[in-house]
Design a protein around this ligand. Structure first.
Ligand code: UD1
Ligand code: MG
Length: 478
């Protein structure tokens, strides 16, 4: 049996009051990715044909985030202007499905439950197709008391209905099997049954869960048990932290299984969009990888590095506390300890960037070195050039940024300033302590420091004079 491609609805119109936030709940991030996008990724992973997000609160902000990531209009939006319950939410999405045939499988997810796996959506879809009642749902047994709907069955286990927590009698609250809040229903049944919902319940809402009683009349909906951790939702920031930790554990385990060493998985923070990470990559404790960072085979990322949108090539080494953003690190290159690579830094192969070096919008070509205490901004640095300790590119005149060009093989002596725009030619030398304000021709030496003068015996005479003064004033002077 080939699996039909489901339509996936994501209920995400709720306010999320308990988040106590100015931001829509579903835009809060889990492992760096807004939580609604976890549901969308899972839906797509399960082969969803269409994805419809049901939005209400902060519709514009959520829509903008979806458009930015998936392209304008890639995710359909249904507006639920007033939130009158989950049944009402799905009703609001029906106009968007007007042209779809009755036999399509509709999977309904919650935008605030990001850990649901794509395989589970596929399982739900299959169960719906196999069910004579045309409905399947996920059940779960929480590890603690949760105010979830309870699954009420007859003596032979057929699902009769779901009773919501606020409506449940004490005996019903004892039922262990709860409703996880994920469903697959044939569109034809949705169209019919949603019209029959009534808000005659404790919350005065249209409960989507009342569809289960309708399915009982057709033989009963199928329930599939899912681990609580996979289906648990987010209501407040305590849940947010717990789900974030679970998501990161899942990410780390997948990378470790694929050949990545983590000295301390519990303190390794890898965002959802990170990858690929190559074989035999070594990650030290307290490493944070964010955004679209990727790591080539054999890369070594040591303690405390924070890499955001960084491409690290094979066998490169980020020594402890390298902080890099929007940067490229070439094969076998080394950075840090304590290096700061800012946006548009490009290090080619075998480049070495040492401690307390800050680089912005600069290209260091193969084998170039800046080993200590430098600021390189808006610079082009040729192959094998050597940047001495304390070199500063003076790239900013208070109004505009200017480019410094250091050609291949040039040697910049320690404590030099390069006042941009300026070019140091191929294989040229800049003497230590030089302020370079004019272009240096290929192969030349640039020197700008004042000539050294040695005054013979001066220090001895000075010291004697000071000691004499101290004696004369009775030792009270300094
Ligand atoms: C729901 C289920 C309950 C289940 C629980 C699991 C119903 C009636 N109850 O309860 O059986 O155990 O989830 O977590 O469905 N939403 C809208 N529009 C609305 C109302 C809700 O989009 O008008 C969205 C919310 O933003 C949320 C999701 O639907 O993403 C679930 O709604 P919520 O209010 O959290 O339902 P629960 O009371 O938790
Ligand atoms: Mg809920």
């Amino acid at each position: 049996m080939s699996r039909p491609s489901p339509i996936v609805l994501i209920m995400a119109a709720g306010l999320g009051t308990r988040m106590k936030s100015e931001k829509a709940k579903v835009l809060h991030e889990i492992a760096g990715r807004p939580m609604i996008m976890w549901a969308i990724e899972a839906a797509r992973g399960a082969g969803a044909g269409r994805v419809v997000a049901i939005l209400g609160h902060q519709l514009d902000a959520v829509k903008a985030a979806l458009d930015a990531r998936y392209g304008v209009g890639a995710i359909d939006i249904a507006l639920q202007a007033e939130q009158k319950g989950t049944g009402h939410a799905v009703l609001s999405a029906l106009p968007a499905l007007e042209r779809e045939p009755d036999d399509r499988v509709v999977v309904i997810l919650s935008g605030d439950a990001p850990l649901l796996r794509a395989e589970r959506i596929a399982e739900l879809t299959d169960a719906c197709v196999a069910s004579p009642a045309g409905m399947a749902l996920l059940s779960t047994v929480p590890d603690r008391q949760m105010p979830y709907g309870r699954l009420v069955r007859d003596q032979v286990g057929k699902l009769l209905r779901i009773v919501e927590w606020p409506d449940a009698l004490p005996a019903e609250r004892e039922i262990k099997d709860t409703n996880a809040g994920f469903y697959a229903v044939r569109l034809g049944h949705l169209r019919q049954d949603l019209q029959t919902l009534r808000a005659d319940n404790a919350k005065g809402e249209l409960y989507l869960t009342d569809l289960v009683a309708k399915a009982a009349g057709r033989g009963g909906a199928t329930s599939i048990d899912a681990p609580f951790e996979e289906v648990s939702g987010i209501n407040d920031r305590v849940d947010l932290a717990a789900v974030d930790a679970a998501a990161r554990r899942r990410i780390n385990e997948a990378f470790m299984r694929a050949g990545v060493t983590m000295v301390s998985p519990a303190t390794t923070f890898i965002d959802a969009e990170v990858g690929p990470i190559g074989k035999d990559v070594w990650l030290g404790p307290n490493v944070t990888l964010r955004g679209k960072t990727s790591l080539g085979d054999g890369a070594r990322i040591d303690v405390g590095c924070v890499l955001t949108n960084v491409t690290v090539a094979v066998d490169a080494a980020c020594k402890p506390y390298t902080v890099a953003t929007d940067a490229q690190i070439g094969a076998r290159a080394e950075t840090g300890p304590f290096a700061h690579l800012r946006p548009k830094t490009q290090l080619d192969e075998d480049v070495k960037v040492g401690n307390f070096v800050e680089i912005k919008k600069s290209h260091l070509m193969a084998g170039a070195k800046a080993s200590h205490l430098s600021y390189l901004g808006d610079a082009s640095i040729g192959a094998k050039a050597n940047i001495g300790a304390g070199t500063i590119t003076c790239n900013y005149d208070g109004f505009a940024k200017h480019v410094t060009t250091i050609e291949a093989g040039a040697f910049i002596g320690s404590d030099s300033q390069l006042v941009a725009p300026v070019t140091v030619g191929r294989d040229a030398y800049v003497g230590s302590g030089t302020t370079v304000t004019k272009d240096v021709p290929r192969g030349a030496l640039a020197l700008s420091r004042v000539k050294q003068v040695n005054v013979e015996g001066w220090a001895d005479r000075y010291r004697e004079a000071q000691q004499r003064r101290k004696r004369d004033t009775g030792g009270s002077g300094h």
